[in-house]
Design a protein around this ligand. Structure first.
Ligand SMILES: [Zn+2]
Length: 266
């Protein structure tokens, strides 16, 4: 499932169409649940002829603005994908929305249909967007918020805590493992048992992994060899820091990966 950094990458793909007018709109698979927040015929009508004027990503959500008053929200779900295709592109089976511009097409496709399109109209961003929690790289995301959340969810293992979207929007399985590995925290440690110094380490790691992942993935879609990510799925994968064999085990139903030396159970 796409996480924050992959979502930001997708947004930047469509961003290449910013400033250009939508010449024609093709809607497809219109009975798919992907369309539940955006009636397809309506989307076609309101987007035709509008310029693509702006975009933003927030956790796993994206918002695209057309003209001054039309907003399209996109959630990629499990398999959603934003692409740029040539102007002569012909629609394919899993495509849901194709926006034809001069010289190119913006395409949203979703094979497994867990994604979501939303249409809103008005000069201000839609209400659902303004209600999202502070983005991780914003000033509103503070160590105090993390400390408060650890206190409120004191029985949750750190790994499960980081997957709670109401506080950590856009963090998914691999990012959560990376964050805990960098902070040298045991993923099964209960949030309430984390001392103040641990909360500071956790907060810093959340911010730095997020910032680096967005930066690296937006450039060349590659993470360096000193990231846990590069080793976590390999059979016999070793910790890139201390070369110990990594552990893989389910925590809260999600396969987790950690180093038993760097992230020892204190
Ligand atoms: Zn290690």
């Amino acid at each position: 499932m796409p996480e924050l950094a992959e979502v930001e990458h997708s947004r930047r793909v469509w961003e290449r169409g910013r400033g250009r007018k939508v010449l024609s709109v093709t809607v497809n698979n219109t009975s798919s649940p992907v369309w539940r927040g955006a009636p397809a015929t309506h989307v076609k009508k309101v987007l035709s002829g509008k310029s693509f004027t702006g975009s933003e990503a927030h956790g796993k959500q994206m918002l695209f603005r057309f003209g001054r008053r039309v907003w399209i929200g996109i959630h990629l779900g499990m398999t959603g994908e934003l692409r740029i295709e040539p102007a002569a592109y012909e629609i394919r089976k899993h495509d849901h929305l194709v926006l034809r511009q001069a010289g190119q097409c913006l395409v949203f496709s979703d094979q497994r249909r867990f994604g979501r399109l939303r249409l809103s109209q008005g000069t201000a961003a839609p209400i659902w967007w303004s209600k999202l929690p502070p983005p991780i790289l914003s000033r509103g995301f503070t160590a105090a918020l993390v400390a408060d959340f650890c206190h409120r969810r004191k029985g949750s293992p750190l790994k499960s805590l980081l997957l709670m979207q109401q506080r950590f929007p856009g963090i998914g399985n691999w990012m959560a493992d990376e964050i805990l590995w960098r902070a040298r925290l045991y993923p099964k440690l209960r949030a309430g048992q984390l001392p103040a110094a641990g909360i500071t380490k956790l907060y810093r790691s959340i911010r730095s992994v997020t910032a680096s992942a967005v930066d690296l993935l937006s450039k060349d879609w590659e993470l360096p060899d000193n990231w846990l990510f590069r080793h976590r799925w390999n059979k016999g994968g070793k910790c890139p820091r201390c070369r110990t064999l990594l552990i893989r085990e389910k925590i809260g139903g999600r396969t987790s990966c950690w180093c038993p030396v760097c992230q020892a159970d204190q």
